[in-house]
Ligand binder design. Sequence first.
Ligand SMILES: [Zn+2]
Length: 232
Amino acid sequence: MTVKISNKIVGYRVKKADPETTTEHQAPLQPESKPVQMNEYIERPDFLLGTTYKIKPPVAEHAMYITINDILLNEGTDHESRQPYEVFINSKSMEHFQWVIALTRVISAVFRKGGDVTFLVEELRSVYDPNGGYFKKGGVFMPSLVAEIGAVIEKHLKAIGLLENEEMSETTKRILAEKRAEFEASQTTATNDEKASDYPANATMCGKCNTKAVIVMDGCATCLSCGDSKCG
Ligand SMILES: [Zn+2]
């Protein structure tokens, strides 16, 4: 039915849905078809669980503490996932303060954007210090402090299951342990005075895992850290 309005419109009101007439048009909610509430827009909860990692890079005067907090998305649903939410870096030494703060803010922003954040690890780990990097305890080479921060993030993403943890098989571990024992027994001048490295003192650098852990035996170079081996 059309109604012609000849007077001036001076006001209007949106008609409210009549509760009695609307309910009968709606399909009754089945318990199994209950809609899942997805958190597209996240407000920071009052508390987050996190992990703090301590690193002691020789390029900084004091130890650095890297805290990564995680958020649990869509808790209790099939879409539940743990995602990193923010990162803080603390240290007594202030010489790197400015860029460390900048870096943590940018990383936190990338975390909060969501999606796949694992690319950060590769980006950070491939930063090379023009002064030439350093060896961590255990003989692992770090090309820069930024790379070590990247390594910590990698460790964390592996711990919460966002990156795959490439574990060595038990057989490989056993073979490496045997090789190592044999190598150490064959060394007459074993220098055990300082345990700076987890590997024999005369081990050389591995191109695959950046650890000073390659020994040469019977013409084969074997890395005691990652198991990489080349013969001939
Ligand atoms: Zn290796």
